[in-house]
Structures are given as C-alpha cells and as structure tokens.
Design a protein around this ligand. Sequence first.
Ligand SMILES: [Fe+2]
Length: 439
Amino acid sequence: MGDAATFMIQGLDDSDRHWQIPARQKERAILTLAEQVNVAGIAPRSGRRPYCAAERQPIIAAMNLPALDTLLGGLSPRQFLEEYWQKKPLLIRQAVPGFAGVLTRDELFDLACDPDVESRHVRREGEQWILEHGPQMRGRLRGKRHPWTVLVQGVNLWVPEGDRLLHHFDFIPQARLDDLMISYAVDGGGVGPHFDNYDVFLLQGTGRRRWLISDQQDRALVEGAPLRILQNFEPTHDWTLEPGDMLYLPPHWAHNGIAVGECTTYSIGFRSPTAQELGTEFLGWMQERLCLDGLYADPDLSPQTHSAEIAPRMIDQIERMLAGIRWTRADVAAFVGEYLTEPKSHIFFDPPEEPLKRKAFARALESRGFALDPRSLLLFSEAGFHLNGEAIEIPETLAPQITELADHRRLGAGSLWTPALLDLLHGWYCDGFGGPDEA
Ligand SMILES: [Fe+2]
C-alpha cells in the first residue's frame, strides 16, 4: 500500500508537483482572509429556506474561489483534462486553503431533516450495513453506539454558497455537473468500500478523512446489502485528507473514505447518464411530438388458413408505418436541452409571495444585479436556450447577456438593463427562477 510520503499512482507523470502543498506564503494570505470571515460564525435563520444566510458573508465568496492554481494543484484546466479527467486520480493538497465548509454541522442536520431534501443515513452494526433514507430524525443524528454517517444530496439547490462552490468547477461544462453532496461522519463512519460510475471531486471540509483507493478490476458487490459494497477491496493507496485537501477520482475507481474523528466531506459529482436512460427518455420525448399519417388498411385482404395468425403481410405493413418514425439532429439537440435542464422530480420553485413590481424590480437589479436561483438550470446549445426543462425564446439582442447569465449564473449591477431584458427577467423572477442578487 502506498503511503503519504511516496504517493505514486501508475501512469502519473513523474513529477510530484501536484501533490505538494502550495507555497506557504500564498496559502497564508488566503487563509487569513478566510479566517476573518469565519470567526463571525454562522447563525441559522428561520423561514422556508433557513440555509440562505443572506445576512452573513458567504465564506466561499470571501475566499475568492476559484483560485484555479490551487484548486487544481497548479495545473491549468487544459492540463487537468488532458492528464487526469476520466483517466487517473489526483490528490491536491490544500486545493482550497482555509476551507471550512459552507454549512455548520447543525445547518447540515437541518437540511438532513428537511423532507424536501434528499439524504441518507448509513451505519454499520457488526457486519451489517443499515441505510435509512431521509428525512432524518434528530435522534438518529446523535447515535453513539455505532459509527455512522449522514449524506445530504443536492446541497447546491438549497444553499447559495453551495451553488457557488459547485460552479467553481465550471472548468468542466455545466451540462456535466450534477450536484454537491455533503457527508458528515462520526469517528470511523463511512459508506464502505465501493465504486461509482461517475467522476467525483472529494473536498475535505472540517476534520480529517482517510481515503483508501484502488484501480481493481474486481467489482463484485456484496449480495443483499442495502448499499453497493465491494466484496473484495484491495487498496493500493492510502491518504488522509486535511481540511482544504481534495481528491479527484475518475469513474470506477474503488474507494473507501473513513472519518478520522468527526468530519465533513464535500463531494462534487458529475452526471453520466447511461445509454439506456438516454434512450428511454428520448423515446418518451419523441412520443409527445410524434405525428404519423395513415391508417392501417387492407383492401387486398385474402382468406388465410388460420384466423388467429398475424399474417406476414400485416407485419410488413406495420413495419413500413413505423419506419416513418424519424428524428433529426435538431430533435436530439432540443431533447438534450430539455433533459439536462429538467429539475429533479422533488424540486419545486418558490415564486415570491409579494413580487416586486416591474419598476421596483428594475431598481433592485440596478443596485444588486440578477442571480439565478440555485435550483435553476440554464444551458444553451445549437438548439437555443433551455431553462428548467423548457426551451425559451430569447430575442437575438439579448443572447449575449443571457449567455453571460448562463455561464456565471448572475448579471452584475452594472449590466445594461434594457426594457426587453427587464421584462424577461421579471417573468423569471415571478416564477421563482431567480431574482435580485443576494450575495
Ligand atoms: Fe463514492
């Protein structure tokens, strides 16, 4: 097994520059800034979205993420994509110097207990793994008898700072981003040795976690377990991550993360739909748009020996009719735009109860800018813009600004607020898709 002094992975370049803690001086400067923000503490708020702490300084924003030079250990996005993405792991010490997370433990537990939020509680009792889906009960989050962990999915949907953190990974196209999951574990807690079908960045928040990883081909799973647990796990590398350290894992690398004392880990995950899923979804999409002419007809019908037989001529005709089902690249592009921006089934938007009138809205944008709601998905392609599962018509004159909004998820206060842009954004605001920037 490798150790921290010699971390080597076959196929990695022979330089270990990406594995070193960056220059202490730079680290210290960023840390100091983060500390200034951090000492203020985080007070939970009441209301529908207690996690949107608008009145406190977001830690992430103040840390000036992303300093891509530290986030990728000195690699440029191009180098990272060429050398590591979907190819081999990368451990980056102090990827986010001074990182202390975007939520306190209690705020994370609030999310885990929220029925709108996806969460899982996992504990191991002897040889048995126990999985309980959310909403979690408070008592479950105080267990002392067995090591346990709670995993909260889609934190970016509820916590603006989580959304910002997720989008610091925009050097991978947003269309590939899935969500930010936060896991909290007590000492010894984890979800066991397993592998995932998608890429993940594992950013250590508070505390420490020991990661064991392996490129093993044996992916046999324990039968009957409620989690995907590898039957045989033979780790080849063993690293303990400190706050701000980050491990990138490509799909199918076996891994096991074990909390060393209590800790939180931030998982930036990516979506990799299966061909089966894409096919099923596409055919469902096509079904709604299918428009075939004609009617089954057999004016030349002749007597057949068996009245129960479906005659070959009948199958021939139906085959010809079904051959009329066609799709074009434009159909595929339109489908992909809708599919990739479709909010998950448990996601609903909250339109403002007393929306600002158009004039007050314009004044708010002139002073604060506009930000998409963390739950909103806005992407564009050759098929145009798609917002939250729907194609949207954008006048050509607004395309550059909506492109900027899609890329950065906000438009600054100094933007050119034309009446057409204000009309469009006011409509989105009234639907709960975004609003005056709270950051
Ligand atoms: Fe995993």
